[in-house]
Design a protein. Structure first.
Lengths: 388, 388, 388, 388
């Protein structure tokens, strides 16, 4: 099939050619005297993306999913109680991981389309007078529903309750794309992965921990080895790693950080907002709804609800097979009900307009009652009026 | 500027990632015993793209512009008369090259927007009773105006006139994308370059000559060295080259030929027709004209005429600076009057819809009276109804 | 510094350019309908490298170190007793990992330079009448000392003792380079990583488990999530993964497997034997000893013992700084006493002769009493006489 | 065949991975407003390699062979007399090119192994009272024999004769590796190619012309088009090219220039001298002769004369087929009599020691009476004692 695949899943995202070329390097000795010249500045510059000065950054040769486990197994003790609000598939999977690891998971169901209910959380934390809850697990951007939770609000709720639990945040599909302020928001463990806002292939769990979280590592008795933060800290302080890193990935991360920091994190956030808003204008012009309820709209991924008589899987299948567009499917509870357009990472207006046009074709092919060009027209007007 | 550049100039075209990777190779000995295993099949498979069995293909480490010179200096004698119809900038440049090389160029002006006037040519050839015209130089696809000439018709005109001149065809922006049939059309010298339908970087003149043309080489006294077809033939027959070739380019050409032949040349032509027709539908929906007159529309590039009160350069500049789309400028006589969308090479519907949407934005930004989304809507309807 | 770095550490190994290019691909949807076309054959073809038909292969986005943990945490229960012989740094680290994970580790010290003592092991297993030992952890190729253990012999010892323990083998620096026969040797868990014989960057734990090991997974109560074999099996059976894989790594693995299987595994083993033997001839010609005692010589890495008055670190430092050769350092107990030449992966005679010559220079610079060219001469004679 | 090919031909040379990655870029618009930001500094920085401030540099999308033609056809008039000393195959080919182009070539035979005979040249120029000789064609580094001519001496001879001829120098295998000083030596046309000292693939003729040469362009009547310096100058002055350039090649050249200028040209010359001298020490240790006579030894390529009863082709064939080393063959008059080791471009001690060892193997396999390791030992001693 001639022409490129158009990748609009919410991750892996499109990798800039500069990043791919930076990864195309011969292998090298990760114990060489010059390896720290690569690795140490990476760990420092990551702080600028996580917006932390007090915290410490880590790169594990694994994925964001592993990052969940790193936070839980290093900072908590076996069987500790954790609080989680389940408002999408990735919140569900984190909950599931915590359960598999033997933690006492208190999970509250939240309607998919909403984020963490701040008032309810505050009330629950206030109730927990004995501070049995050791950690709050908060999904910042729920990729499955296109919902962004208010993490600053979560911190406020915890503070209002005077609760000392650790705050762990799944920022896999938010960090390096959506506004994320680790220090300001009092995040204790921030978890991301390489294949989203960092615009790299999957294969790195990119994490940051607060000093409070790192202090908890000292007393944690949870059995762990590969995911040991202490082993990382011991090796990282000299600029090395406890086991073989993927040096191509680190070179790619170097270039990705250069691109992000050159653009400026605030500009990165603003760009993602523009991109997301354009998609939402298109959806509105089609007369469709998005899964996210007002106030929860994600700027990195939009889940579009199809009419009750339609199956979103057909849209995805047509888009892929007929037009070579990769869209995100609805997962588990929203399977068939939504399809998702990822607008995260290395992306710009024209790419997204192509996607919107392609989605229109796929919807029309499946009998959707939309006006051809209507979504594109709405997005065009928005992008034009907001472009610099 | 985040996100990719959207390249819609009529060449260099977008290079598929498989081709770029195929070119990312260590250097190698072009005199090794295995080099012919790479090079000989390339020369053979090129015939399938030129649609010739009787002819012979050549690859020079130069560009399509050099290809013009190869044909002229190898098959003609100093001062020979050549006939050319000047209906665009590339016809102009070929005429100019022939003049610089001292040939007796008989050039006829043709309105830009039309192609070679077959009746006039036939009449002229009939007039030339003494066969002073030694070669007809025919631009197949005039990139500057988006005009495709009828080369089969040129052959018919020559045959009708019983004229023995050689037929040289500039197929730089047609071969490997538009229908081209060297043997059927009696083409004696077919000239292409790597950076158009072959989807490679610039740097190879890709040529085919008929046996009649090669016979003419034997008697030609034109001074030549680097561009000597005889030197190529002597080396090529054993699978080598007379001087150092770019081996990465040859590996890229191998992959590009694999992609083209896997798709099938007839499918390649049909794809370009669909792509081009979609663009034309969009232009019509905008209420604008294209430079090519009916019957001359090119399926690899469309030159769009802006209203008299507009400057096409502003559209191009806005598209580039604000939306990161590269469009083709109007050249010389049509500078400011047209902008061009290339739809040649590794391209598909969604890429082009992005371009069309982007062009709409750039036109609207420049005060064009068009309806947002109208071009996209027209193209969507066409692409949907014709996609397989 | 002009010229390439010469990489002769025992991993990461040199990645063939074909593999690097295969990894230079746009990101793609790992949930697409065509993803299984890539992934399923990979899992099947890996069996040919592990030499197993009954077993099942797995690829985790992590490293070989993680592979140790996968075997332990999936097939054993918390606190289970495991038997390990500590004869080098990587055996030590595996022991250490098992202890961190809370297993009851019975570790026996073995002189560094030897491998697993088969008789002692057999005796120990016979003693264990109640079968308290649930797993034997055997390091096949001890990278730190250049020692290869006899895994077929381990199996014989276990069988002679009639012991039902699982046999887990660290084949990180042996599988895909040294002879390894999972089924024949009754290996239950075989652990490798991408950055050694597989000639890829670090970032994949490549594993195989026997049906006996997989049955044990069913009853294991060890808490695990990211490393769950069951989650992998559930997803793998349809050709997918439980979380985002590194698709570039999988494309690279595809190419690496193609190269290995095209060469033929028996030829791969033979090549490594030749390469290793040449290095040993050079060492003998220098009048030096290798760390491995007779019968334990590794064909993937040679640890060379420096005279008592020398510090191997100086050789390594000179080689790196003055000649751009990366050698392996002596680790922990042999730090300063040995330096290591890796001869694993994409390697041939001339590369190694360059390394041997470079090592001669570094030794001479550090006052070693060796004859210039002597090691190279010995290796030359061996390679010449054994080359095909 | 596992392991890398060892490329020791005198060009194409080994391309550094940074350069290959720099070339792995999407295509781009060579008429964009930012293209001059790439191209103009390239033309300026090239002057630092040619060591010219007064001259002007050019890049043609062709090869060094084409560079010969550019000089001849732009600065001379049809039939002009040129003086050339034929002391190797590349001098021969330049002579041949000049003849094919119709120039009046006065060629003097020089024993292969020597360079330009300065006294004889001076005498000849003095004889030419009427200044019928319009240009001296001087091969700086004769790749076929491993001979370097004294270009400063050529200038002195011309000055001593008070002769106004243009001095054209073939620096294809010298510029960017051997000392070359365009302004100091009064070179009027300096011709190089991308695939030697510039460490790029073939595909660019890289040239510099003096103001005197450029003035001659104004009056030259030679027919030319693709190779027109005037067309280049007209386009280059604004940072553009007269026809489509290979943008990947330009990006590669950018990186190559960065590497060269970072190393420093004087260091580049010194490095090549060390590399060459080591090879010569090895040859002497083997008891063999090099083709170059004393004072003419090239630091970029060494042609080694085999004993009368041997055929150098067998050495080359064994080296390639058995050991995957690519050596340079003897060309035409020295075919079978010499084989060549290129030591030009991105190269260091250890690479060359591998080549020397490999050549020893190939010679021993062919019954040469040399002592294994002897050449390596001699080179080792030299490299050790001269390394920084």
């Amino acid at each position: 099939m001639a022409g490129r695949n158009h990748l609009f899943i919410p991750g892996p995202t499109n990798t800039p050619h500069e990043v791919l070329s930076a990864m195309h390097v011969p292998m090298e000795d990760h114990r060489s005297p010059i390896f720290p010249n690569l690795f140490k500045p990476l760990l420092e510059d990551l702080k600028k993306v996580f917006r932390t000065e007090a915290g410490q950054c880590f790169v594990f040769p694994a994925t964001g999913t592993a990052g969940w486990e790193v936070a839980l197994t290093n900072c908590l003790n076996p069987g500790d109680k954790v609080l989680i609000y389940r408002f999408g598939q990735f919140a569900h999977l984190w909950m599931d991981a915590a359960r598999k690891l033997g933690f006492d998971v208190e999970a509250h169901e939240v309607e998919w389309g909403k984020g963490i209910p701040l008032d309810a959380m505050e009330a629950r934390l206030k109730e927990d007078k004995n501070h049995e809850i050791k950690a709050v697990l908060a999904t910042h951007n729920e990729t499955s529903t296109g919902v962004t939770s208010d993490i600053a609000g979560v911190r406020k709720a915890m503070d209002a309750a005077g609760h000392p639990a650790l705050l762990f945040v799944d920022g896999v599909s938010s960090i390096a794309s959506l506004e994320f302020r680790m220090d300001d928001w009092g995040v204790d463990g921030a978890i991301s992965g390489s294949q989203k806002g960092f615009m790299l292939p999957a294969g790195a769990a990119i994490l940051a921990f607060s000093q409070k979280a790192l202090a908890a590592v000292e007393t944690s008795t949870f059995p762990r080895s590969f995911f040991s933060l202490k082993d990382q800290m011991n090796a990282n302080k000299d600029g090395y790693t406890p086991y073989t890193p993927s040096t191509p990935m680190l070179h790619g991360l170097r270039k990705a950080l250069d691109l992000l920091l050159e653009e400026g994190m605030d500009n990165v956030y603003a760009r993602h907002h523009r991109l997301g808003e354009g998609v939402r204008r298109a959806v509105a012009a089609w007369g469709l709804q998005i899964c996210a309820q007002p106030g929860f709209e994600s700027d990195t991924v939009t889940a579009i609800v199809v009419p009750a008589d339609k199956d979103a899987r057909h849209v995805i299948s047509t888009a892929y097979n007929k037009y070579n567009i990769s869209l995100g499917a609805g997962l588990t509870e929203v399977a068939g009900k939504v399809f998702r357009i990822g607008h995260i990472g290395d992306m710009n207006d024209v790419s997204l307009l192509g996607a919107i046009a392609g989605v229109e074709m796929a919807m029309l092919d499946n009998g959707f009652d939309i006006k051809p060009g209507s979504g594109v027209a709405a997005a065009i007007e928005y992008y034009r009026s907001t472009a610099k």
